[in-house]
Design a protein around this ligand. Structure first.
Ligand code: HEC
Length: 120
């Protein structure tokens, strides 16, 4: 049947999506971070996981870099720099409202700080 290659790929896709969901259901988030979590899942989770390196660095590393500078995450997302040469460049999220990116930044800092503490 014609669609079989697509159908065959569905379980793989489902598995990939599951794997990229943030594993932080146990963390108490501020209202702001909780707000940012959904958008993070949509926009960022495919490349950024709590403590494992996917395409991009883990949230634990991002929280370490930006714990006192959430605005820096927003600036980076709008206009990503180039630091790590072993990975492709990060795409820009210029089209996303900066107030929404600020919520995402708050989520990254809280979830990343918690993920960093879980690792000895
Ligand atoms: C397609 C994959 C991809 C997506 C989606 C993605 N990133 Fe990234 N991100 C990367 C890569 C790759 C790097 C490392 C780039 C480098 O160091 O040159 C990175 C690095 C970063 C950094 C580190 C900046 C620094 O100073 O080291 C931050 C912060 C960041 N991303 C935030 C975000 C946010 C917020 C989102 C969602 C709005 C997002 N990323 C979505 C791939 C992605």
């Amino acid at each position: 049947m014609r669609w079989s290659p697509i159908l065959a790929a569905l379980p793989l896709l489902a598995a990939a999506c599951k794997g990229s969901a943030p594993a932080d259901d146990a963390i108490a988030l501020s209202p702001r971070a909780a707000q940012g979590k959904a958008l993070f899942s949509t926009l960022c989770a495919s490349c950024h996981a709590p403590s494992a390196k996917l395409v991009g660095p883990p949230l634990s590393e991002l929280a370490g870099l930006y714990a006192t500078d959430p605005e820096g995450i927003v600036r980076w997302a709008v206009n990503p720099g180039r630091k790590r040469t072993d990975v492709p460049p990060m795409p820009s999220f210029r089209g996303v409202r900066e107030s929404d990116l600020a919520d995402v930044a708050q989520y990254i800092i809280e979830a990343g700080t918690a993920a960093g503490k879980q690792r000895p």
